[in-house]
Design a protein around this ligand. Structure first.
Ligand code: PLP
Length: 377
């Protein structure tokens, strides 16, 4: 967490303990802080404060958007369009909705990991009530054409949700300018607290709450507000937006440098999504004849922390659904790792990681049974 975020949150975990729903003065102070945080967050996204609902995480924001809109619009239709590469917070919500009787189209992506606008257009039906397509993919960083999808959805009168957990504060863009009706954001991707999130809901968008109870968050999300978390999330987003332009350029330079260096240091690799527009902090690399999990463990021993697929699927033996959807074979997908850069990443770190990766992959290929018994070529 950014130290400035921690400092902004600390008073709300000890001195300012008031409940924002309580009428006494301590409660009022907390209410004012929540509303200031809402205004700060709205300014970052480019919307009205009343269009922000604070949640407990990106997953809850996705659930609220997809389930909430689907259930609210059931009398109009029951068809939802999404993609095969969504985060499980959207994918599994869609699967659960299918069990309730909704119909879902899971659109494919091209070999660079981007959905085609024509596919979105062709999937729409008179009973389509919701399109949910992520802004940038969490495994490859590939940015989807959400502005064009939003325009298409608007023309057809269909609600459009985008999971912007990977772009909020990472690119210099006020996200509401994409034209999406609902936008999910998570705190811990932007040096904010874990367990915080928010959902932009464009005024007038029909939505049914997931949590019922008191009238908190305009009766869209019942439950006493996490005041410290809400303040922390809004400060984290404001700080991320402040430096997004310079940080984006700096990380892109480092990421591109990393990819050039790893490509010349290690034979038989593939950078996934390399020719698509991507967020600058993510690199997904497939190493032929090596198991990604072994690379993760090998680098961990050297104090370098990378992941296979998404962090939320750690421990899942299945190859990444995102890489499979891009046309990689199960073996190629299983030989992939995702490297994330952040605000503390410097040029020297890139060199260190390239050297460590080259040594780890060479060693693993030397002892690999896949390498000795199998050819992926
Ligand atoms: N959506 C995307 C694209 C993500 O990358 C993540 C987290 O990694 C989530 C949703 C879930 O967010 P959270 O971990 O805050 O629930």
């Amino acid at each position: 967490m950014d130290g400035r975020v921690f400092e902004a949150m600390a008073p709300f975990m000890n001195n300012h303990w008031g409940n924002p729903s309580s009428p006494y003065s301590f409660g009022n102070q907390a209410r004012i802080s929540v509303e200031k945080a809402r205004a700060r967050a709205a300014e970052c996204l480019g919307c009205k404060p009343a269009e922000i609902i604070f949640t407990s995480c990106g997953t809850e924001s996705d659930n609220l958007a997809v389930r909430g809109v689907a259930r609210a619009l059931l009398s109009r239709g029951n068809h939802i369009v999404t993609t095969a590469i969504e985060h499980h917070a959207v994918l599994n919500t869609c699967k659960a909705l299918e069990a309730e009787g909704f119909r879902v189209t899971y659109l494919p992506v091209d070999s660079d990991g981007a959905v085609r606008l024509e596919d979105v257009e062709q999937s729409l039906r008179p009973d389509t009530i919701l399109i949910s397509i992520m802004h940038a993919n969490n495994e490859t960083g590939v940015i989807q054409p959400v502005e064009a999808i939003a325009a298409l959805a608007k023309k057809q009168g269909i609600v459009f949700h985008t999971d912007a957990v990977q772009t909020a504060g990472k690119i210099p863009l006020r996200l509401c300018s994409t034209g999406a009706d609902l936008i999910s954001v998570s705190g811990h991707k932007i040096y904010g607290p874990k367990g915080t999130g928010m959902l932009f809901i464009r005024r007038g968008t029909p939505i049914q709450p997931l949590l019922t109870g008191g009238p908190h968050e305009r009766s869209v999300r019942a439950g006493t507000e996490n005041v410290a978390g809400i303040v922390g999330l809004s400060v984290a987003l404001a700080l991320a937006m402040e430096s997004a332009e310079s940080e984006c350029a700096r990380l892109q330079n480092l990421r591109d440098g990393f990819e050039t260096q790893i490509d010349s240091a290690v034979p038989r690799i593939k950078i996934n999504g390399a020719s698509a527009p991507r967020v600058p902090n993510t690199s997904s690399v497939s190493f032929e004849s090596v198991d990604g999990e072994s690379i993760v463990l090998g680098l961990d021993l050297r104090g370098i922390y990378v992941s296979t697929g998404s962090a939320c699927s750690t421990g899942d033996p299945e190859p990444s659904h995102v890489l499979l959807a891009m046309g990689l074979s199960p073996k190629e997908a299983q030989g992939s790792v995702r490297i994330s850069l952040g605000k503390s990443t410097r040029e020297g770190d890139i060199r260190t990681v390239v050297d460590a990766l080259a040594q780890t992959v060479t060693r693993l290929r030397g002892i690999s049974s896949i390498e000795n018994t199998d050819t992926m070529r």
